[in-house]
Design a protein. Structure first.
Length: 605
């Protein structure tokens, strides 16, 4: 047997940007090529787009774009396809149509899928049930199961009334997996072990207001969703729902909703059944007040446990409130910030425990006169508690065990100080910066024995300290140099399953230098070089110690106002990769060296 062993990975990236502007229109384009982009292994790594702007009235893009409708419907998710909008001042229309995810299927899974297709066609030609024939082949060992990711398409639009500073909008997004991308149907589904084809519909409305030159801002968004976790077989008729115990759903209702989403028993919510459940909705409201030496912001979020938006990545099943105020005084030489945030998850009560998180923070920044240092002090305390009961005789404890819950109660305190000082040595201008951060995590849980074994091993305390130093010098010649040093080190204590306290340690030290020189006494002709080395180590009990050394060297050259050229080289040694025998079994590991070289040229016109 000959097994192909993994070779050293070589990654190549090439990119370019191009833009042109004249009078009332603009045209731009960009692309980035990554040699690791492979539809048999991953989602797209390459990026490209062509964009047109006609006097701010018509915007069109094709390729990879990141459209924004609202925080609950579509917010900066990569889409490959068409997007754009028509902006008429009072009435505006934005749209998007394309691919959220492409089909990804490995070479092996692709071959198995082709075999399943052959069995399916042969059964159809013979007048047999393809489903039963495929099942028999799977049970007989003549056919294997396969997996893959479906191509996922998106269609969305947002209609709004009003300019950007006072606008109300309605939006929808529809995301649907393309079953045909993997040659999938209800008969072949018995051989498919991946995530079933899905569909998601989100309807939302939003309001935005900005007054007094954006000194007063307010926004609110509300959305609900319908999600089908398995659209195999398409929409079903009324009799199927009656057999499943769903009442009050007529065929007319099914026909109406099926114009928008696949209607079967995997749909949440079933139309006209439980539509008033607050967990089917998400809403957020917030604003900012920037007057009278105050910058006050506040926001409330409620993301229901059953709300889903496949077009926007948001944390589900959580409620949160955040407020912060930055006050400036002493002729804008002092800034004091106070912030508070809390959140609670498990709104749907699907889990036995709900986690409460509270974060209180303070910061003071001082810009002192008379060449005194600039100082910043900050303190944050974060508390997490899931109200786990340790009463092993209670029903709640039994429910916790059945739900595989673990106690969580800890406090993390973070303190940091930063000082920056401008001084002169002779005629040389220097800026020195010193920073220090300390983070301490106090775990208040205790070991818990249940059923004769360790159910929870106990506290996991941690502490980490970071120090940074830098010195920047401006010389008589048009040269500026920087020297910097940074160190971080910490320990994590935890109890293993035998309730023995173990301690893991990690450290990182980095040293760097940089220089910036103006060539030919022209501000637009500048050469910058930088270099550095970082030493890292991780030592965890019962595992081999990991030590890494990373070296970085690069330069940037700006010339003739419009040209820039970059070079960078990075080398990291000490990486551990598995070793294989001729049968493909892992026999150990070996150290490898990773090298990355980057070259980039920019021209602005």
């Amino acid at each position: 047997t000959v097994v192909e062993l993994p070779a050293a990975v070589r990654v190549r990236r090439v990119g370019a940007d191009l833009s042109y502007e004249k009078n009332w229109w603009q045209l731009s384009g960009t692309f980035d090529f990554d040699s690791q982009d492979d539809p048999r292994k991953n989602q797209p790594l390459n990026r490209y787009s062509v964009n047109a702007n006609v006097d701010g009235v018509l915007l069109m893009s094709y390729g990879d774009t990141y459209p924004v409708f609202g925080p609950l419907t579509l917010y900066g998710t990569r889409v490959r396809g068409f997007s754009g909008g028509v902006y008429l001042g009072i009435f505006n229309l934005e749209f998007v149509q394309g691919e959220l995810e492409r089909k990804v299927i490995s070479k092996t899974n692709g071959s198995i899928r082709d075999s399943v297709n052959d069995v399916y066609r042969a059964a159809k030609d013979a007048g047999q049930s393809p489903d039963s024939v495929i099942i028999a082949a799977l049970n007989g060992g003549t056919l294997s199961t396969y997996s893959g990711n479906f191509k996922r398409n998106i269609l969305g639009a947002r209609f709004s009334v009003g300019p950007q500073n006072l606008q109300w909008g309605l939006a929808f997004t529809k995301v649907k997996d393309d079953q045909g991308s993997l040659g999938y149907n209800s008969a072949k589904s018995v051989a498919f072990t991946g995530e079933k084809p899905q569909e998601n519909l989100v309807l939302g409305t939003d309001f935005r207001m900005q007054l007094f030159q954006k000194r007063l801002q307010f926004d609110a968004s509300v959305a609900t969703s319908f999600t089908n976790t398995d659209i195999t077989g398409g929409t079903l008729d009324e009799s199927v729902f009656e057999q499943a115990g769903f009442t009050g759903l007529t065929q007319d209702d099914i026909d109406l909703f099926s114009d928008f989403i696949t209607v079967n028993t995997n749909l949440t919510p079933i139309p006209l059944d439980g539509i008033s459940d607050n967990n089917l909705y998400a809403y957020t409201i917030g604003g900012a007040f920037n007057m009278y030496n105050n910058n006050l912001t506040a926001r409330y979020r409620h993301h229901g446990g059953y709300f889903q938006s496949y077009a926007t990545s948001i944390q589900r099943d959580i409620e949160s409130f955040e407020i912060a105020d930055r006050i400036r005084f002493w002729q804008n030489r002092a800034f004091f910030t106070v912030s508070y945030a809390n959140s609670t998850n498990n709104l749907s009560k699907r889990n036995t425990n709900s986690l409460d998180t509270r974060n209180l923070g303070f910061q003071l920044a001082l810009f002192l006169p008379n060449q005194l240092p600039t100082l910043t002090f900050a303190f944050n305390t974060i508390n997490r508690d899931n109200n786990f009961t340790t009463d092993t005789k209670s029903q709640k404890f039994t429910d916790q065990v059945d739900g595989n819950a673990r106690p969580e109660e800890n406090t993390t305190n973070v303190f940091s100080v930063n000082a920056s000082y401008l001084f002169f040595l002779g005629t040389y201008r220097n800026t020195a910066t010193v920073s220090y951060t300390s983070s301490i995590r106090d775990d208040k849980t205790r070991p818990l024995i249940y059923g004769g074994s360790v159910y929870h091993a106990g506290p996991a305390d941690a502490d980490n300290n970071m120090v940074g130093l830098s010195l920047t010098t401006e010389w008589k010649i048009p040269l500026r140099t920087t020297i910097n040093f940074a160190y971080s080190g910490g320990t994590t204590e935890f109890a293993d399953t035998a309730n023995v306290i173990q301690k893991g340690k990690s450290t990182t030290s980095s040293y760097g230098v940089g220089a910036d020189y103006i060539l030919l006494n022209k501000q637009d002709t500048r050469m910058s070089i930088y270099g550095g080395v970082a030493l890292s180590s991780v030592d965890i009990p019962n595992t081999d110690k990991l030590s890494l050394v990373s070296f970085n060297l690069g330069q940037r050259l700006n010339f003739l106002k419009k040209h820039s050229f970059y070079l960078n080289f990075n080398l990291t040694s000490g990486l551990k990769v598995p070793e294989y025998d001729t049968s493909g079994n892992v026999t150990g590991e070996k150290s490898e060296v990773n090298r990355i070289f980057t070259a980039r040229y920019e021209y602005t016109f």
